[in-house]
Structures are given as C-alpha cells and as structure tokens.
Ligand binder design. Structure first.
Ligand code: BGC
Length: 741
C-alpha cells in the first residue's frame, strides 16, 4: 500500500507539471486536489491547516528543530517569518523531497509597507489619496518579497480606525470606509497583480476580520462592542472591497464581536464571509488567536477552542498548534467532521496550485533575482515619489515654506533630525537602518556645500532631560531657518503600542517653544504613526509638516517638500483631535437630537474643549491656493434610473503649480435610520497650473446612496440629500438635491 501510494503521488506530481497553474480550469484543479486528498493521512491534512513560525537570528533565519521535524513528517504545511531565497529554498527542499506527499510549503510574512525598500506607513500612504501610487508601493513590495522566497503577505490591514490611541492605526487607511475600500483594492491589486501564478505576485491577506480597529479606549486587543448596523454600515466595506478585488486569504481578528471572539465567530466567518460574500480563499487565524479564546472566556480548554474555530470556519491555525494537537481527537469524538477538514485543506491546496508551487516549488527562491531586485534604483524612486505624496502640510503662516535654496545657514534640530532607525516604523519587513536616508542627509544631498547645515539633537523622545536644549538654541540663533524634526519612536505605534496620551512625548514640545522664542522661522517636521494632539504647537509654530514615517526615502522626500521641489498635496485620512477627551472623533459622526449650539448649554458639547478637531479629515494645505465655484447639478430632482452629474470649477489662484484633492461628500437628510452628517462619496486628485481652472465632474446614482435601512437591507431611500464639495471635510460648499421614485 505504501509503495502504491508513492507511485500514485509520483504520477500525480508529474501530471501537475504538464499544465501551468494559470491555464488550469477549476475542474482540473479540483481533480488534482481530490486526488491528493484521497492519498493524505489525517495528520497530513491537519499539517496543511497548520502554520508555524520560523525565527530570525543575528546570523540569519533559523527554524526550531521540532518545526523542522514537523515539516519532514508532513505535520506542518506552512511557515511564516522565514525569508530570503536561499533559506526558503532549503525549507522547501525538505517539504518536496523528504515528505511522503511532497506538498510544497507556503511561506508567509508581514510585508506591510515594503520588504527591503520600505515605503511610508500605510496611514501615511493613504494621505496621498493616490491609488496608483499606493498600488505601485504594494506591487514593488511583492516584487521584492517574492524574490526573497515569499508567497503570501499578511496585508493589507483594512481595519477602519477612529481612535488615534490605538497604535495599529498606522497600519491601515484611516477612518473612512469609502477611501479605505478603494485603498484596500489598490493594495490587493498591487500584491496579487493580475496573475497570481506569476513568480512576482503574492497572496494578499485581508486583516483583521473583523472590526479590530474598534478596540475600546484604543487599547490594543481590547473588547469590541458595536451594533450590527455599525458593523455593516461603516466597518465591513473595506474587507468586502478587498475580497471582491480577489484577495485569496483572510485573517481573523483578536477581538470579539457580539460576545464571540472573531476566531470562533461563525456569523462573521460563515454567514457573512462565505455565504453573503462568496469568499473562496482560506481563512487563517491571527497569532495564537484560537488559544486566546480561553482567556476570552468562551471555551474552557484548547480542545474546545479548536472545535469552536473549525466549526466556525477557520481553515488555518497560526502558531497555536491547536489543530495540530486536537483535531484528530475531536474527529474521533465526532465533534468536528471530515468534510470540514477536507474543505479547509482544499482551500489551502488550491492556493498552492494557483501560485504554481506544484509546478515548481522553487520558483520564488532565485538568489540572482533577489540580488538584482532588492533595493533596485527604480524601487527607491517609487518610494521617494509616494513618500512626497504622503506628506501633509498642516500649517504654513506667511508662506514660511517652501524654503529658499539661497538660505545661508540652516539649523536641523530634534531627535528625528539625523535618525535612520525610526524612519522604517513598525512592521518594516526586512528593512535595514543602513538603507534609510535621514532628513539631515536628505538636506545635505539636496543643498550641497552652498548651505551651512548645523545639527543638534536638542533632546530625546522621552524623559525630562533638557540639557541638550542650550546647544540647539545656540545653533538656532546662528541660523537663518530652523527645522525641528520631532515625533514618536517607531515602537510607539504598531501592535501592542497604544498610548493613553497622544501628545508629543517627552520635552519635545518645550524644545519647539524655546526654538520659536528665538524669533527665527521654525518649521516643525512631525514623524509619527498616529494623529497627534498638538494644539500648543499649532498655536505657535509658523509651519508644520506631517510626514508620518516615510520609510527608506524619508530624508530626500521631506527635503523635496521643504525646498519646493515638490508642492505638498497630501490630505489627512484621519481626523487629528485637539485632545484625547474628544475621542472618538471622526468627520462622519451623527448629528444627534441636540447638535452643538454655542448659545445653548443643553446641546452636545464639552465645557472645556471645542467639538471641532484640530485638523479635520481630508485636510492638507498646498504652497498654492485653490478656490471652488458654486456647485452645479444637471438636475435637482433625479430618479434611481438617472445619473446625477455634479460640477464645480476649481481654480489655482496662487503662483505655483499644485495638486488638489477635490472631495465630494453627501448627507442623507432623513432616513429610516439616522445617517452621518457627511459621507465621502468621491474624490479627484488633479494638477492645476498656476492660474489654471478646471471643471470637475462627479457622477452619482441612487446606488451610491445605499445604506442599511431599518430592516437591515442595503438600499437607498428617496428623499432629500445635501451634497458638499470642498478641499477638506470641514471646508465645503453645499447644495440640495432630491431622489424620487
Ligand atoms: C498580528 C498580525 C500579524 C501576525 C503575524 C500578529 O500579532 O496581529 O497582524 O500578521 O502577528 O506576524
């Protein structure tokens, strides 16, 4: 029997090589998978449902001895955190030469904003509102990662995040479902390309399903509690958009939804994901999230946890070894069934086929390709391009910026002025400090010897030490202009990096105040992974640039903007509050029955803070100015069969060419359930030459006005709508229209 199955496996593998994955029909793929399944032992099947981590040592990648044995015995079919062409080739060799079934391993890794060339953090890239540039960033990340042996990225993270205390806000596209959905699609396309069988495209993994971004009080891993209406209306659309765009995999989230952890939640994983959305790929857990259902208090032990998650629709267990340890027993006890196991194995084998791993398991492990592609010059150019586009000009009194290249002396101050380590930010793949270009270097490269650049750190990120202030202030006094680069350490955002206070940490604000007091023009360059509450800096600094963490090409990109070689065009994808007490604060809130009236105490407001944010969603200045005409519509009253055309003329009224993101918002004035005061429904990013005017047209139909009505059906309702067009969510012109049946 053993001999026979060996021969059958050999025949099967040979026949696989005759057809490329791309050309196979679904029926052929099913046939191959059925043939494999028929030969697999239960242990081997569970192996395909198991994902273990590799480690990374100073000497390079390593794998624990027991995991290596598990690969050899077919009990571990997937590995994450192993990378580099050479190392992954070796692990793959074990899988395809030393195991009985010779099924290739799938290699996953968190390629979130670049592999070796690091792009801006996703929240920063979202500020570009440039879908093509974002797609290109993910495309290049995939080109580099696949050259380093990887098949699968744990990205994009598409969790809507409305709480800046939550450190993982840096990994997503911000607060808005519409912008978030378009960016989710761009990222999936970038990673997966249009042919997943090509050796430079990789599987995307939409995460974290679902609603992880709504962790209470912004504390990571905390409880999520929201109505189904809120979930469907605001939180689900980016996941759905990514799946509609063809994302092959989905990761569950750590949080609970409606009292049931997402990893055991069949409402999310079966009813919505599989039945409503028709998802055909596989579902992986987050790191040990099956096991974590014990402290959640929904199961008493790991065995029950495995039963709950398999029955709920989880296909692959990341690192928890629960499937590995308990599925066999659970099957014997009829608490799960073979049909479910086979179905999960099928989903996973199918992606391995589609990647072409059965044709050539080593096709992603080519050292020459890796050598050629990592950090390629065109990747640096693209990283610099999107980095510039991600920068948001928050304040620019008296045209402090752009700086003149004829400036004689420049003081470059602050803990982030000559720093390479932090620019990569959290989740920086295989990025290395040595490849990042600091702001100081970027400025020196741009300005050459003609400008004297003085540098002092001034202070650290944290602590109370002001002993460096004097040297910094002395330098400032001797310089024509002061650039002060302040913000957060990379480790202050990302996973497990929530902050209760989202101000500038340490004594950095004091440093800025003392620099401003010198009377020199001070430009504040912020680097951070979340919105910061900085009203006292906004009150005194003449110019503020939000640069997030821009990655490998941060220095040159910021220098381009500071000296006017690039006119900033970024717009905030998330609201910046004045203080933590305003959180949650986002532009698309509800009106309430007592909307704020400054003359009436009994309306919705604070005694000690304005309601308005420091900088609203969609906000960002330019070195030029834009004006908007009144809104024109082709009809005031339209039916569900008609298109509403909405026009404005936007004029560049300044002296420089510049790009503007023209934003369209809608409010449904009366609904069967209450609707947000504004919802983004369209935007166009356009270049306008100095003095130029352009007409912008948006088209809306009734379909764009759909929401979950009182009966929880996704539909539009006839009635009055208010349209808003403007340069950000708070500065708009408006006009009413009516939808009739
Ligand atoms: C994170 C995921 C990540 C996984 C694997 C988890 O802790 O929540 O986003 O993909 O680790 O590294």
């Amino acid at each position: 029997m053993k001999q026979l199955s060996k021969i059958l496996v050999a025949i099967l593998l040979l026949s696989n090589t005759l057809l490329s994955a791309q050309n196979r029909s679904e029926a052929e793929i099913d046939h191959k998978i059925d043939s494999l399944l028929a030969l697999m032992t239960l242990e081997e099947k569970v192996g395909q449902l198991t994902l273990f981590t590799s480690d990374w040592d100073v000497t390079g990648p390593t794998i624990r001895a027991n995991y290596k044995n598990d690969i050899q015995s077919g009990r571990c079919g997937n590995i994450f955190n192993a990378h580099t062409a050479k190392y992954n080739r070796e692990l793959q060799r074990i899988a395809v030469e030393e195991t009985r079934m010779k099924i290739p391993l799938l290699f996953g890794y968190d390629v979130i904003h670049g592999y070796k060339t690091i792009f801006p953090i996703p929240l920063g890239e979202a500020a570009s509102w440039d879908l093509a540039a974002i797609e290109k960033g993910s495309r290049i990340a995939a080109i580099e990662a696949t050259a380093a042996g990887l098949h699968w990225t744990f990205a994009p993270m598409v969790d809507i995040a409305r709480d800046p205390r939550w450190g993982r806000i840096m990994e997503g596209a911000g607060e808005d479902p519409y912008l978030g959905s378009l960016i989710a699609v761009a990222r999936v396309r970038g990673f997966q390309g249009d042919d997943i069988s090509a050796n430079n495209t990789m599987l995307a993994c939409v995460k974290h399903f679902a609603a992880y971004g709504a962790a209470q009080a912004g504390r990571d891993y905390h409880t999520v509690d929201m109505s189904e209406r809120m979930l469907r209306d605001q939180y689900l659309s980016p996941y759905k958009a990514a799946i509609d765009a063809g994302a092959y995999t989905v990761m569950t989230s750590f949080n609970e939804y409606d009292g049931v952890p997402a990893t055991g939640n069949s409402f999310l994983l079966r009813d919505i994901l599989r039945d409503e959305w028709g998802f055909k790929g596989f579902v992986v857990t987050d790191y040990t999230s099956i096991n974590e259902m014990i402290p959640h208090g929904i199961v008493a032990n790991e065995k029950e946890a495995g039963e709950l998650s398999l029955n709920a629709g989880v296909d692959m267990d990341m690192q928890g070894a629960v499937y590995y340890n308990y599925l066999k027993e659970l099957l014997k006890e009829n608490r799960i069934n073979m049909v479910q196991i086979d179905q999960s194995v099928r989903y996973i084998l199918r992606t391995k086929y589609l990647l072409g791993l059965f044709d050539d398991p080593y096709r992603y492990s080519d050292e020459a390709r890796q050598q050629r592609l990592l950090l390629a010059p065109e990747h640096q150019e693209a990283a610099r391009d999107v980095a510039r586009k991600s920068i948001v000009l928050l304040k620019n009194d008296k045209n402090t910026l752009p700086l003149s290249k004829s400036v004689k002396t420049l003081a470059v101050i602050g803990p982030l002025a000559d720093n390479k380590t932090e620019l990569k930010a959290a989740w920086s793949g295989a990025g290395e400090d040595q490849h990042s270009v600091s702001l100081l270097t970027g400025l020196k490269d741009k300005l050459g010897n003609g400008v004297k650049i003085n540098h002092a750190q001034g202070c650290d990120f944290e602590g109370t030490d002001k002993s460096g202030f004097k040297a910094a202030i002395d330098l400032a006094k001797k310089s024509d202009v002061v650039i002060v680069a302040v913000g957060e350490r990379a480790s202050m955002s990302g996973e497990a990096a929530s902050r209760a206070h989202i101000t500038l940490p340490g004594v950095q604000s004091d440093l800025i105040k003392e620099l401003v007091a010198t009377g020199k023009p001070v430009v504040v360059v912020l680097m951070n992974g979340r919105p910061l509450a900085i009203p006292e800096i906004d009150a005194i600094a003449p110019a503020i640039l939000e640069t997030w963490f821009l990655g490998t090409q941060a220095g040159p990109a910021i220098a381009d903007v500071l000296f006017g070689d690039y006119n900033p065009s970024g717009k905030l994808p998330v609201t910046f509050p004045r203080n933590e007490g305003q959180i949650p604060i986002h532009y698309n809130m509800k009106n309430t029955g007592r909307p704020m009236d400054p003359n009436n105490k009994y309306t919705s407001k604070y005694l000690d803070s304005p309601n308005t944010p420091l900088y609203p969603f969609g906000y960002g200045l330019s070195y030029t100015t834009f004006t908007y005409s009144d809104i024109k519509v082709n009809k005031e009253v339209f039916t569900p069969r008609e298109e509403l055309k909405i026009n404005v003329t936007v004029s560049n009224t300044g002296k420089r060419d510049g790009e503007e993101v023209v934003q369209l918002y809608v409010r449904d004035l009366v609904g069967s359930v209450t609707r947000p005061v504004k919802e983004l429904k369209g935007f166009q990013k356009m270049m306008l030459k100095a003095g130029e005017s352009k007409e912008v047209t948006f088209t809306l139909t009734a379909n764009d006005l759909k929401f979950y009505n009182r009966q929880m059906n996704f539909t539009y309702e006839p009635g009055d709508f208010e349209l808003f067009i403007g340069t950000n969510s708070a500065d708009t012109k408006s006009r009413k229209v009516k939808l009739v049946e």
